[in-house]
Every structure is written in structure tokens, then in C-alpha cells.
Write a protein that binds this ligand. Structure first.
Ligand SMILES: Cc1cc2nc3c(=O)[nH]c(=O)nc-3n(C[C@H](O)[C@H](O)[C@H](O)COP(=O)(O)OP(=O)(O)OC[C@H]3O[C@@H](n4cnc5c(N)ncnc54)[C@H](O)[C@@H]3O)c2cc1C
Length: 386
């Protein structure tokens, strides 16, 4: 079933405005406090539930808002422009929801999607392992069928939302000997239970949100929780979510970039050196010009990819370019912002250092930018083969 929504109504624009108001009134003022304390923002999560963010892209049929990818990307940009971490709380969750909606059985959709849309149940996506990230087919976590249950052994690394979330969509090997390797891979809807141990990791950035290692020791999951009810489809089901996932990460990067630019613009007018505001120095002007050009360029690429996605067209090239541009814009603008703030960039009294700590993650997640450049080049040659 194609779950893509169109950007059909003015309701969607009103929703973006409502999110912007919430960001400025509720989120931005508390970001520094939660980030520096590395404390989970429970009150923010409750507000995100009330706004409907946990059901943003879930179809109305299953209790969500059914927003288009482009509307959703605009929301993510707004949230990340104030504080990127909370966008991760609903992003990973919605990647899982979209996988269940795309590939799950009707029973799985009815069981999980309405409770995910309300935020009552929140999900993480469990792909990466200590020894396998970019090369996902090298994962070692196994799931062996024993009667009506799978017995899972192995460990996952860097799994966001896995402490405060209720379940993870877990990539496992149901046939470790299969060739090609991806044919032995499956996704399980793994709710917490005995043998499912979560340990929170300490991170330099993307703080407050829970990113964890999960160890599975003879953990049992019902056979009914095999996504789509068929073994061997896990890798393809995971890849099916990459376009939307990359548009989302692109939007988070562009949000960081835009937020860093706004902070820098303000500071460059407030701070003086050599008898004039620093923005009047040509070196600072060049930074501001390069920053805004990257922000606007990334946003156009995100819109292009999201609108193509919403029309139901293949957009792997566009989504990869958007992810590359958005994440690199975030990293670039955060670093240029640090230079504009000079020594004060190192003070935790100013927000720019948080953008700097958060930005690089967008270059790593949802396919590293090295891998993304390969995807782009291969697609390019495929489309324009001589
Ligand atoms: C804070 C945080 C949150 C995360 N959240 C999640 C989550 O919720 N769920 C989840 O499953 N994962 C999550 N991840 C993991 C993330 O997706 C991986 O870190 C990422 O996919 C890269 O994998 P890796 O770290 O194993 O790096 P590696 O794959 O080991 O790569 C290391 C370096 O080698 C390069 N490289 C590898 N292969 C190639 C190649 N073929 N060609 C060129 N260069 C190559 C990479 O680009 C990179 O520069 C998270 C990571 C972090 C840091």
C-alpha cells in the first residue's frame, strides 16, 4: 500500500505555523537546560504528543495526521533550528511507523499504528551493531524460530529512543548462512521483555535523547511480530524507508544550519570590533553569505525530493542529494557560527556550541555522506548513461 500523502490542504500549512509557535514559545527556551544536563525532556515529549507529532506521517486511517513528506520536512526544519535532539525522538519513531504501514500485516498495523500515532507507544529502529553500520548485511544478531517464538541473541549499537521507547524494529539474521546475505535478514517488532537489556551511551552531542546499546540474551519475540509475516525481507523493507529517512535527516541538517545562521546574524550585529559591528568586516560578511546560500540551497533540494516523494515518484537520487546538502550545510554553518562568535562560542552560556556538537551526526546517520556520494554518482551514471 502506498502511504504517501499529498500537500493538499491549508490545514497542513496551519500545522507548520502551530509547530513554529510551539518551538519558539516552549522548545527554544528550555533547550540549553536539558542539553547541558543531558536530561530526557519528558515535558517536551508530552507537548509533542499533544501536538500530534508522533503521528505526523501516519495515515489518518490509523490515527495519524497523514502529513505529506514536504510538510513534515518543514516541521523538522523548524524544530531542529531551535534544538535538533527532539526531532530525533519523533523521527526514528516515524521511520518505524512508515515501515509498519508499508510492510506490516493488517494485524500489525491495527495493533501498533494507532498507539504510535498518539505517542503512547514510541519506537526505535535497531539496525546498527558494534561491528556493522554502513555494511548492514554484516550484522550478527540472530533470531531462531522455536515453536511460535523467535529466540534472539546478539547486540545493537547506537539505538536512539531505545530507553524511553517501548519497542524497537529489530534487524536480525533469520538465516545467517543465506547467499546473497540480505536474503537471510528479517525485521522483528521487538517489545521490551526478559533478555532485552538497554544501556544508555554518553554522547558529545545529540544529548538528552536516549541513544543506547541493546543486548539480547535468549530474548523471545512472538512469530506474529515478524514484519509482514515473511522471513528474508528485512533488508529490502529497511531500504524501502531510505528515501523518507534521508529527507528527514536532510531537514534536521538544514534546521541546524538555519538556526546557526540566525544566531550568527544576531551576534554579528551586536558584537563590535575595531569600532564597528563585526558584520561590517568583509570576512564576516563572506561567512554570512556562504551560510545563507547553503541553507537556501539545501532547502530547495529538500523540497524537490519531498515533493517527488509525495507524487509517488522514485527519488533516491534527490533524497541522497538533499541529505548530503542538508547535513553538510548544518556542519558548515555550525562551524562558521563558532568562528563568528569567537571566544564566546566556547561558552555554554551561548547556544552556538550546541549546534556545533549536534551537527556532525547528520553527516553520519541514515547513510554516511561518503556512502551517499557513491549513491549519487551511481544514480547519475544510471540516469545519464551514454
Ligand atoms: C548518536 C547516534 C545515533 C544513532 N542512532 C541510530 C539508530 O537509532 N538506529 C540505528 O540503527 N543506528 C543508529 N546510529 C548508527 C549510525 O547509523 C551509524 O553510525 C552509521 O550508519 C555509520 O555506521 P558505523 O558507525 O558503523 O561506521 P562505519 O560503517 O564503520 O564507517 C566508518 C567510516 O568508513 C566509511 N565507509 C564505510 N564503508 C564505506 C564504503 N563502502 N565506501 C566509502 N566509505 C565507507 C564511512 O563513510 C565512515 O566514514 C546512530 C549513530 C549515532 C552516532
Amino acid at each position: 500500500m502506498d502511504t504517501r500523502a499529498t500537500d493538499k490542504s491549508s490545514d497542513q500549512h496551519e500545522f507548520v505555523d502551530a509547530v513554529e509557535t510551539w518551538v519558539e514559545k516552549e522548545l527554544r527556551p528550555v533547550a540549553r537546560k536539558f542539553d547541558l544536563a543531558d536530561e530526557y525532556p519528558h515535558e517536551i515529549v508530552e507537548q509533542m504528543k499533544a501536538l500530534g507529532l508522533f503521528g505526523a506521517t501516519i495515515s489518518e486511517e490509523y490515527g495519524g495526521l497523514g502529513l505529506s513528506a514536504w510538510t513534515y520536512a518543514q516541521i523538522v526544519i523548524k524544530v531542529a533550528s531551535a534544538w535538533m535532539a527532539p526531532s530525533g525522538i519523533f523521527n526514528s519513531h516515524l521511520i518505524v511507523a512508515s515501515a509498519i504501514e508499508r510492510s506490516g500485516t493488517e494485524e500489525q498495523k491495527r495493533k501498533y499504528l494507532p498507539r504510535m500515532a498518539s505517542g503512547e507507544m514510541r519506537a526505535s529502529i535497531g539496525l546498527t551493531e558494534p561491528n556493522a553500520g554502513s555494511d548492514l548485511q554484516a550484522i550478527r544478531t540472530t533470531a531462531k524460530l522455536d515453536g511460535d517464538e523467535y529466540v534472539v541473541n546478539g547486540s545493537k549499537m547506537w539505538i536512539t529512543n531505545s530507553l524511553h521507547g517501548q519497542f524497537t524494529l529489530l534487524l536480525v539474521k533469520t538465516d545467517p548462512e543465506a547467499e546473497p546475505r540480505h536474503k537471510g535478514m528479517s525485521l522483528l517488532i521487538a517489545e521490551k521483555g526478559p533478555g532485552y537489556e538497554v544501556a544508555k551511551l554518553k554522547k558529545m552531542g545529540y544529548r538528552s535523547i536516549d541513544t543506547c546499546e541493546i543486548n539480547f540474551d535468549n530474548y523471545r519475540v512472538p512469530k506474529a511480530n515478524l514484519l509482514g509475516g515473511v522471513e528474508g525481507k528485512g533488508f529490502v523493507q529497511t531500504a524501502g524507508g531510505l528515501e523518507l529517512g534521508r529527507i528527514n535527516v536532510a531537514a534536521r541538517g538544514a534546521g541546524i544550519a538555519e538556526g546557526a545562521l540566525k544566531l550568527s546574524l544576531r551576534y554579528a550585529q551586536e558584537r563590535s570590533a575595531f569600532g564597528k559591528p563585526i558584520w561590517q568586516h568583509q570576512a564576516v560578511q563572506m561567512k554570512l553569505a556562504d551560510m545563507v546560500t547553503q541553507v537556501e540551497g539545501a532547502k530547495r533540494l529538500i523540497e524537490q525530493a519531498a515533493r517527488k516523494y509525495d507524487r509517488g515518484e522514485r527519488c533516491d537520487l534527490e533524497a541522497a542529494m538533499a541529505k548530503l546538502a542538508g547535513s553538510e550545510a548544518g556542519a558548515f554553518c555550525a562551524q562558521e557560527g563558532m568562528r563568528i562568535f569567537g571566544g564566546y562560542s566556547y561558552s555554554v552560556e551561548y547556544d552556538i556550541e550546541r549546534y556545533y556538537r549536534d551537527a556532525m551526526l547528520m553527516c553520519i546517520g541514515e547513510g554516511t555522506n561518503e556512502i551517499l556520494r557513491q549513491v549519487i554518482a551511481k544514480q547519475l551514471v544510471e540516469r545519464y548513461r551514454i
